[in-house]
Design a protein around this ligand. Structure first.
Ligand code: GAL
Length: 912
């Protein structure tokens, strides 16, 4: 058994590219320990209810959504909920008790009615023959394969069929020796309205699609044989302002414990005193007793440092004194202790600090026999919030250079993949990003393991709506019942992550508009967060409407402003627009709340299509996009001169200026780091957003270099735009802009200087707006402090002649999950990228592996992501490949295109 546990640990380790693996109990007696088994593989799946279930398995009745408006502006005022009375039996009373551990007031907890609704439904039957259903492995997003909904009002949710009912079935063997153990089903995320049956009995469920949750299978398990697990999801239409995905889109686990065991997310670490010499580590451990006799337990914990790979280094650096408690049958008890780590290595964000992690290994013993062991990964760091500077980590002021990120992974959809998420973070880091806001919902747990390991600062966010709605069937429908459980669940799950610095309880919620009533909801949620977080991290809620003299900002600890800091629709270029109009509000908020830190939680909302340039170019530093300014009404592209924004937005230049003029603001988060599926402002017949600094395929837009120039001032770089292949523009004015971390630059066209320019105060780009196009070479020489600092050059390209392909990693794990991302460039005979090339490229594999998805970053493309053939968009295409599990030979990928010389890439399996 011990051996099989170790084997399981090895298998799990191989599935993960980071230290994300919770190893099973190593010191607990083998038959008594905890096991956490991945049950991702081998599910059966189908869409739609069987006839015998139609209309009978609703979680709750839903209001009419026929008036939904697909392209409703993001900052339109949220509306009041519409009441509907259920005239039929609904499943809600059976599902609500799953929330009981997350409701503080015993009187609020739910009693389960008798019976097992759905027990007679064909798909729930043990004997049901599901062999005709699709076989899927998790994480699974049922919508990402399309088909695209090219017509109709579906742009907001990404033009993919994410809504509808989906069923998952899996047979699970549970050994006779497991009898007497607790068996839990842990779901990291199910989109959405999950109901779970085991062996034809309704176990429970959880509606919120971004939550992680657990149901206790124990009462329904048949030990010594096969158990039929059935999960029904029911994703509503018109329920999101972006693509939610659909299905069991995160990891799913079976957890086996003794009756006496550490509770779900039952450890809480805090490091209240941190210095270079010593750190106090406080730990609370909650032990559940699901047995029928009271239990005396002893809890011991030791602390070990982890290396950058997540492996333990050296002996324990601290031991907690043994803690004891009596846990009543059917109850739980929490023990608390403290220990000192001498000369701690602190967790802090690079480049100035190192994100060192520790693990607390907690063993629970009963009558001297170990019955459970859990690991809690944490960091030792101090965190302060200074209203005149912002965030201070370990005594160092860390200015937030942040990006908002939605949860989808582009061509892979919502199905979580560690490597795909890690790649996003690597690209953001290259840009200089040091902070991520999880917009607007709980992320996959592994994403926070990545931010811990890589040292990003994180704003962890719960909701986009509370009681008032943004779309007819969004989370507001369940907020009254689930606002508290979902808030508690998020904080309990994520509180030990050192990367989390701030809890955001809401984004632009409608309660901003309802004065004290709305603020009261905020106060309630804020209090819940504080009850769950022993580290005392502040709460916030992003405000795009509430003003300093309104009630809403008083509800949270920290001021998060969306767009209001820079001002909304207030600059001359925006004066003709309708909607919220706000003058720049940093000074007014700072004056009204001198004790609260201000963060620009969303700024910019700038839009562009990578590599597309539209003429003429707006003269100012920021302009709302329209068909006549920056937008291409025919092709539905937006110019990448990077001056154009949503009606309420501001260009990066305007945001930088505003932040620099108000140095007490702690920094901000651009909307958005990556493009994402859905919300394709300004062209709602597209499939994906234009907001990203990086496109959906992960290719940097020009703006990437503008951010890099500002966020990495010590990194020598210069970047010219646009490209210089304009056969139709000879003799026409074609402005040239340069982003550089230098302070001056000289531009040359075919060797002739077009002048040397210096950035003025609050200027972030250098512009040569009168350049007359002639083919040839544009070159820029950037200077810093009078010395040559960086260069860039672009040349007029010829016709496409060959392909070039580059893998981000040529050696990957052969575990069926690790990925290699191939960037394909269309080159001319001299090796220059052909900037507008749209050649169709094909990916062919030879060897053990497959093409998982392709993309090109074009928001208007309706090619299936799964297609191994893809048109290049402005010279680039992306292929995502993986090795077959267990592969020992390399995979050869040949990328070809009619009339062009092909490219080949080899992907090798790693030894691990
Ligand atoms: C904000 C909103 C984001 C996104 C952004 C761009 O108002 O919080 O979720 O919609 O606008 O449209």
């Amino acid at each position: 058994m011990r051996q099989s546990l170790l084997l399981l640990a090895t298998v799990l380790a191989a599935c993960s590219s980071g230290p994300s693996v919770q190893a099973p109990a190593a010191t607990a007696s083998p038959s008594a320990g905890r096991e956490r088994v991945s049950i991702n593989d081998g599910w059966r799946f189908t869409m739609g209810d069987p006839v015998d279930a139609e209309g009978r398995l609703l979680y709750d009745v839903r209001p009419d959504d026929s008036e939904a408006q697909d392209d409703r502006p993001a900052d339109a005022e949220p509306e009041a909920a519409v009441d509907v009375e259920a005239q039929q039996r609904v499943l809600k009373p059976w599902v609500l008790p799953t929330a009981n551990d997350f409701l503080d007031d015993p009187a609020e907890r739910h009693e389960r009615p008798p019976g097992h609704p759905g027990a007679d439904v064909s798909y729930v039957q043990r004997a049901f023959d599901d062999s005709g259903w699709e076989r899927v492995d998790l994480p699974h997003d049922w919508a990402i394969e399309g088909p695209w909904l090219e017509e109709g009002p579906y742009g907001g949710m990404g033009r993919l069929p994410s809504w509808g009912v989906g069923w998952y079935r899996k047979a699970i063997d549970l050994a006779a020796e497991d009898a007497g153990r607790q068996i839990f089903l842990d779901v990291d995320g199910a989109m959405s309205y999950a109901t779970v049956w085991l062996n034809e009995q309704l176990v429970g469920g959880w509606p919120f699609g971004y939550a992680s949750w657990r149901v206790d299978l124990t009462p329904y398990v048949a030990f010594g044989g096969e158990n039929q697990l059935v999960i029904r999801l029911d994703n509503p239409p018109n329920s999101s302002r972006w693509y939610p995905g659909g299905g069991l889109y995160r990891n799913v686990w079976l957890v086996k414990t003794n009756p006496v065991h550490v509770a779900q997310w039952g450890t809480a670490v805090a490091t209240p005193d941190v210095s270079e010499d010593a750190a106090t580590v406080e730990l609370a451990v909650t032990v559940d007793n699901d047995g029928d006799a009271d239990a005396s337990v002893e809890v011991v914990t030791e602390v070990v440092r982890l290396d950058a790979q997540g492996d333990r280094v050296g002996p324990a650096v601290a031991r907690f004194d043994p803690l004891t408690a009596t846990v009543e049958a059917g109850g739980s008890a929490t023990v608390e202790g403290a220990a000192v780590v001498e000369s701690p290595r602190l967790w802090g964000p690079p480049p100035t600090q190192t994100p060192t992690l520790y693990v607390a290994v907690t063993t629970v013993s009963r009558d001297g026999v170990p019955v459970d062991e859990v690991e809690t990964t944490f960091g030792i760091r101090s965190l302060e919030f200074d209203p005149d500077r912002g965030v201070v980590v370990n005594g160092e002021h860390v200015y937030l250079r942040g990006a908002n990120q939605h949860h989808d992974l582009g061509a892979l959809g919502a199905a979580f993949n560690v490597r795909a998420a890690e790649r996003q973070l690597e690209i953001l880091r290259e840009m200089g990003t040091n902070a991520i806001r999880m917009a607007h919902n709980p992320p996959a747990p592994e994403l926070l393991e990545l931010t811990d390991r890589m040292g990003f600062l994180v704003v962890d966010e719960t909701f986009d709506v509370w009681e008032r709605r943004k779309t007819p069937l969004d989370f507001h429908l369940i907020f009254p019942d689930w606002g508290e459980p979902d808030t508690r669940a998020l904080v309990r799950r994520d509180r030990n992550h050192p990367s989390v610095i701030l809890w955001s309880i809401g984004n632009e919620v409608g309660e901003q508009y309802t004065e004290e009533a709305g603020a009261d909801v905020g106060r309630r949620l804020s209090a819940i967060v504080h009850e769950e977080d022993p580290q005392g991290r502040p709460t916030t809620a992003s405000m795009n409407f509430a003003k300093p003299d309104m009630a809403f900002p008083t509800a949270t600890d920290l001021i998060n402003l969306n767009y209001q800091g820079e001002g909304i629709r207030d600059a001359p270029a925006y004066s003709h627009l309708q909607g919220i109009t706000t003058s720049p509000l940093y000074p007014a908020f700072h004056a009204a709340y001198p004790d609260k830190v201000i963060v620009s939680s969303e700024n910019a909302a700038a839009v562009s299509s990578r590599g597309t340039y539209v003429f003429p170019v707006a003269p100012g530093i920021s302009a709302p996009v329209s068909d006549s300014t920056g937008g291409d009404p025919v092709r539905h592209y937006v110019s990448a001169y990077e001056l154009y924004t949503a009606p309420f937005g501001s260009s990066a230049d305007k945001v930088f200026r505003s932040l620099d003029q108000h140095p007490y603001v702690g920094g901000g988060f651009v909307w958005s780091g990556f493009d994402y599926l859905g919300e394709p402002t300004p062209y709602y017949d597209a499939r994906s957003s234009y907001f990203g600094v990086i496109d959906l395929a992960g290719f940097p837009k020009d703006r990437f270099y503008l951010y890099q120039s500002e966020w990495r001032p010590d990194h020598p770089m210069a970047h010219i735009l646009p490209h210089w292949t304009w056969p139709g523009r000879v003799g026409e004015v074609t402005p040239v802009h340069v982003f550089t971390s230098g302070d001056e630059a000289e531009l040359f066209l075919n060797g002739a200087s077009l002048g040397r320019k210096r950035k003025g105060e609050y200027e972030y780009r250098l512009r040569w707006d009168d350049v007359v196009y002639e083919p040839g070479t544009l070159e820029v020489v950037a200077y810093k402090g009078g010395h040559v600092w960086a260069r860039d050059r672009v040349e007029t390209a010829g016709a496409p002649a060959r392909l070039d392909a580059e893998a981000d990693r040529a050696v990957i794990a052969a575990d069926g999950r690790d990925l290699s991302f191939l960037t394909v460039r269309v080159l001319d005979a001299e090796g220059r990228v052909v900037p507008e090339a749209s050649n169709r490229v094909r990916f062919e594999v030879d060897g053990p592996g497959e093409v998982v998805a392709t993309d090109n970053g074009d928001p208007t493309s309706f090619e299936p992501f799964q297609s191994a053939s893809r048109q290049a968009f402005n010279g680039l295409a992306l292929g995502i490949v993986r090795l077959a599990p267990g592969a020992t030979a390399p995979l050869t990928v040949t990328i070809s295109s009619d009339g062009l010389a092909p490219a080949t890439v080899e992907i090798h399996p790693s030894d691990r």
